[in-house]
Write a protein that binds this ligand. Structure first.
Ligand code: FES
Length: 198
């Protein structure tokens, strides 16, 4: 059903993510928000997307589409925010200095976001474009280290990211997950695709 709504840009990442057969999982487990403010045509041209995050509970993730890409909004729990201190020495670019996907200045911090509680990131692996899976539960589990504190796992070649989308050391992904331009219009409304400088 969601296939009927894909535009050309989205098709690109769906195809890219099919290397691990995750298309169905993405389409069914993460429904796209259907109440976009801009028109469909404006969205296809890359218009900013306004999102209501008022109903998002701690530990939950919302996915919206912006410029044909899935953008994740994660409301982190206090434990998940705390976990970023532990992963700090384990990630390859803790300060988001790498430039393949330049991180906006306001997200160049440990939580890679404007507000520590919310992470906003593009859900596409910086290696070859698969869509990583949520692995928010801490502790030992398949394909993850025993001291896992929560984050994302790319099923294609095993890159792992912490709860701020920071890639762990010695993984194929060359960069952290992209943080798109975004700005809060209010406590519960987020604009993805523009920031204050736009
Ligand atoms: S595409 Fe993610 S690890 Fe290769």
């Amino acid at each position: 059903m969601s296939d009927q709504r894909v535009d050309q840009g989205k098709r690109t990442w769906l195809i890219a993510s099919s290397c691990a057969g995750v298309v169905g999982g993405v389409a069914t487990a993460v429904p796209f928000v259907s109440t976009f403010t801009p028109s469909e045509r404006a969205r296809a041209a890359g218009a900013a997307v306004e999102v209501d995050i008022g109903g998002l509970q701690p530990g939950e993730k919302l996915t919206v589409e912006w410029r044909g890409k899935p953008v994740w909004i994660v409301r982190r729990t206090p434990e998940q925010i705390e976990s970023l201190k532990k992963t700090e020495p384990q990630v390859a670019d803790p300060n988001s200095d790498r430039t393949q996907y330049p991180t906006p200045e306001y997200a160049k911090n440990q939580h890679r976001s404007i507000k520590p509680e919310y992470f906003v990131g593009v859900g596409i692996c910086s290696h070859l474009g698969c869509s990583p899976s949520d692995k928010f539960q801490a502790g030992p589990q398949p394909s993850l280290p025993d001291d896992w504190t929560g984050g994302f796992l790319c099923p294609c070649h095993g890159s792992t990211f912490d709860m701020a989308g920071r890639v762990f050391k010695n993984k194929p992904a060359p960069d952290n997950l992209e943080v798109p331009p975004h700005v809060y219009l209010s406590d519960t409304r987020l604009l993805i695709g523009e920031d204050k400088k736009a």
